[in-house]
Design a protein around this ligand. Sequence first.
Ligand code: 3HC
Length: 294
Amino acid sequence: MLTPHSIIAVIGSGTMGAGIAQVAAQAGHTVKIYDIQDGAARRAIDNIATSLSARVAKGKLAEGDKNAIVSRLTAAQELGELADAALVIEAAAEQIDIKQSIFRELAAVCSPEAIFASNTSSISITAIASGVEHPQRVAGLHFFNPAPVMKLVEVVSGLETSPTVLESLTALALRWGKQPVRCHSTPGFIVNRVARPFYAEAWRALEENVAPAGVIDAALRDCGGFPMGPLALTDLIGQDVNFAVTCSVFNGFWQERRFLPSLIQQELVLGKRLGKKTGQGVYRWPLNEELPYL
Ligand code: 3HC
C-alpha cells in the first residue's frame, strides 16, 4: 500500500529520472535518487533546484515550498540505501539486461512488499520481471517528457503483475496529478507504438529531402495542432533515448518496416548530437537554429 508518506526511490538521474523524482517530491514524498555514475544524482538535485527557482522567480511557487521540495530529495550512494523504499521507479538506460540486473539487485535489498516499477518506454514488463524475486510486484510506470508537465502515465502490466500493484500505481499516479492509463505489455505499449511510425515518417521525409527539418516541424506544429514538430520532439526526448526506443519497438515487432529506424538519427547518436541535453541535435538548443544534419 503506497501512502503520501511512502519513501520513493528513483534509479537513474537522467532527464526522466530527475523529472519523476521532482514529481514525487512535489507530492510530498521523501525521494532517494540513485545513479551508477558518481555525482550524477547530486547534480540532478541541483538542476531540479535551479528549475524550481525559476518557478519561484516567475511567482508560480513559494520559496518555502521550493526549499521543502528540495529537502525531500536525497542522493543515495549505493543501492543498499534504498532498503526502506516502498516503491522503486527505474529510469535507467533502455536495455533489458541493465533493467533486469537492477531489479535483481534491488530484490536482495528491498522488502518483498516493495513495488518495482520500470519507466521503460518499450521493453516487455514480463521480460524485466522474469528472474526477479516476487515478479508479481513488477509493473511499468511510464512517464512522458517533461515529466513534471506531461499528465499522461502508462501503468503497464506484465503476465505476472498483481492487480493490487496496478491499483496502487494507478491511485498513486492520480494523487500525483497525473492521468494514468492501464495497458498490457507489448512493444511500445500504447503511445510509443502509435508514435514511432509518426517520428519514422518525419525522418524519412527528411532523408528524402521533401523539406528541411524546420519546415516539416512547422507544418505539423502550426497546422497540425501538435505542441512541437516530430523532429524537435526527438531532440527534446534525446536522440539516444528516441533511437533506442525505436530500435526496441522495431525488433519487438519482428522488424516491421513501419518502425524502421532512421540512419540520419543513428548518425546524430553516433556524433553525440543528442538534442536539448547536449545543446545540438536536429536543432541548436535553445531551439532557435536548424543545423545541417549530415
Ligand atoms: N520541467 C518542468 N517544467 C517544464 C519543463 C521541464 N523540463 N519544460 C517546460 N516546463 C514548464 C514551463 O515552466 C511552463 O510552465 P508555466 O506555464 O507554469 O510557466 C510550461 O511547462 C510551458 O513551458 P514553456 O512556456 O517553456 O514552453 P511551451 O509552452 O512551448 O511548452 C512543452 C514546452 C511542455 C515541452 C511543450 O512544447 C510540449 O508539450 N511538447 C510536447 C512534449 C511531448 O509530447 N512529450 C512526450 C514525448 S514522448 C515521451 O516522453 C515518451 C518516451 O517514452 C520517449
